[in-house]
Design a protein around this ligand. Structure first.
Ligand SMILES: [Zn+2]
Length: 551
């Protein structure tokens, strides 16, 4: 390294339109305007920080004031070009709106505007963060903008165009600079590495690029720090440990667990990263970016190609098949909301975990619909719902017998436990209802599952679903009957059965203590056990890799 160490962002600042990274749509238009001599009086460059607004403004200034100008490719050697590059040109005045937001500076500017340029053809005012100017300063500026002398050009830059007065906006030609794709940033970092004789691992370059979120200057600053810490050999591990980033593969794995509904595995990844001291807000951002990549892959596969490394593209393609576009949008919205909540939260991990569980719940709701559809299909594709009334206990009928005139036939079981047997052409049988409810509770409200499980499904009577509780489980019954829980269960019952159902719970002295571990042998006709033997339910469980929980 030389003694006069220059940060990379400055050393590799683009000096002509062609070396601006990732903004071709703008540099092309500007070059055309210069070539065709159709220059505007005022330009507004809009875009996030570090994507090249000021650099492009300076290149435009050089293109205008170069001795050979206006010219598409400024020579870079004449006095005008050199002075502009060094920021000492008398004809190009750079004003930082953030620090000069007083009306005084703008008044000075207005005085100054009247004088002809010292050397070049134009007097060029570059006002950075123009939205920070006070409204008095804005108004003063506006007067100049209304009747600009022909030798004056304004180039404004802002990260927040919505804060710029409409009267100013309307007088500018506006260009929106975009976030720079990660792959472009990575290859620019490799270019710098080659120039500087640094060995920069490809994955390391990509990790920095993703971490910079589209900002080239941030990426270059990160590279500065990496060189300071690691010397001339940089690998992915360095990037991850110095900036607290999570490896791209880990982010992908986390996403995979979420899409598979594997909540404990997903939470384990979050826990590991938290224990390893990773920045969880950063991890959330990475997860959202990963989902966004999935979204683009699904919506427009070609657009994603320029952005991604090979190994990431492979796992993305596999994951894209696991989720529909609608669900993906929903997940991104949920995580984006969680991301902004996390910003100010003292316990980021908790927010992260809740977001993961919510996401999996969202996904499993779709799965439930799929279960219902699949059950209907297995039954022969009939539409309909649970019968309007049932529960009149009838004589036991073998399952294979023709449908009884009564819509539902019940098989009385020991201890007053009844099992509702199948009825052809109903999408969700009463028999399938309870296991589906338990499954849904497990997915959506796991905290109340043990209470629900301590009840015994007794059947459907009229519009009520009857649940019995052994005397020892009175507390569970009470807890379930609290307003929120009851409403949740009734909604669930109605959703799964396809008709409005209320829930009726009662203490039944005849029910044995139904602790799941104790009742294997005593209650052979426990509804869950009986259901396990139902070929249809077995098929459904195979399809969805589920299991029946003992009631
Ligand atoms: Zn020049």
């Amino acid at each position: 390294m030389t003694v006069n160490y220059q940060v990379f962002a400055r050393k590799y600042r683009p000096q002509n339109f062609d070396s601006v990274v990732g903004q071709e749509h703008i540099t092309r238009t500007l070059k055309n305007a210069i070539e065709q001599d159709r220059l505007a009086h005022a330009y507004l460059f809009v875009g996030p920080r570090g994507v090249g607004k000021t650099s492009t403004a300076r290149i435009l200034a050089k293109a205008l004031n170069c001795v050979k100008g206006p010219i598409v490719t400024p020579c870079g050697e004449c006095d005008a070009c050199r002075e502009i590059a060094q920021g000492i040109s008398l004809d190009v005045l750079e004003i930082d709106g953030a620090s000069n937001n007083g009306v005084e500076q703008v008044r000075e500017l207005r005085e100054n505007v009247r004088f002809a340029p010292a050397r070049g053809k134009f007097k060029i005012y570059i006002i950075d963060e123009v939205h920070m100017l006070s409204s008095a300063a804005f108004n003063a500026l506006l007067k100049t903008l209304e009747e600009p002398p022909t030798h004056v050009k304004f180039i404004f830059a802002t990260t927040e165009p919505q804060k710029v007065l409409p009267t100013i906006l309307s007088r500018c030609q506006r260009f929106d600079l975009r976030r720079i794709p990660a792959a472009l940033i990575a290859s620019h970092l490799q270019f710098i590495a080659r120039e500087e004789k640094i060995s920069l691992d490809d994955r390391a370059a990509h990790a920095v690029a993703r971490g910079a979120e589209g900002g080239l200057r941030d990426a270059e600053s990160m590279l500065d720090q990496l060189v300071a810490f690691c010397g001339d050999k940089i690998v992915e591990e360095d990037v991850l440990s110095i900036f607290g980033f999570t490896a791209g593969q880990t982010v992908s794995l986390l996403c995979e667990h979420i899409l598979n509904g594997a909540s404990s595995k997903a939470l384990a990844v979050v826990h590991e990263q938290s224990e390893a001291g990773k920045d969880l807000s950063r991890l959330m951002t990475d997860l959202i970016l990963h989902l966004r990549d999935l979204l683009i892959l699904k919506a427009d596969p070609e657009a994603i190609e320029e952005e991604l490394g090979e190994d990431i593209a492979g796992s993305l393609k596999a994951q894209a098949g696991l989720i529909s576009l609608d669900r993906l949008l929903e997940l991104i919205e949920q995580f984006a909301a969680a991301e902004s909540r996390m910003k100010w939260a003292p316990n980021k991990k908790l927010h992260f975990e809740v977001a993961v569980i919510k996401a999996i719940q969202t996904l499993s709701q779709a799965t439930l619909t799929e279960i219902i559809d699949a059950l209907a299909e297995l039954r022969g594709g009939g539409a309909g719902s649970l019968p309007p009334q049932g529960g009149t206990k009838q004589a036991s009928k073998p399952p294979a017998s023709p449908p009884a005139p009564s819509p539902v036939s019940m098989v009385p079981a020991v201890s007053g436990v009844s099992v509702v047997r199948e009825r052809p052409r109903a999408p969700v049988e009463a028999a399938a209802l309870w296991p589906a409810v338990l499954e849904a509770v497990r997915e959506r409200r796991p905290f109340i599952l043990s209470w629900v499980e301590s009840g015994v499904f007794l059947g459907v009577e009229g519009d009520s679903c009857l649940i019995g509780f052994p005397k020892s489980q009175g507390l569970a019954l009470e807890s379930l009957m609290r307003q929120g829980n009851r409403a949740f269960l009734e909604d669930l019952l109605s959703e799964i059965s396809g008709r409005p159902l209320t829930i009726r719970c009662e203490i039944r002295e005849d029910l044995a203590v139904a602790s799941p571990s104790e009742k294997k042998d005593d209650l052979p006709l426990d509804p869950a056990e009986a259901l396990k033997n139902d070929p249809l339910i077995r098929k459904a469980l195979e399809i969805f890799k589920g299991e029946i929980q003992s009631a």
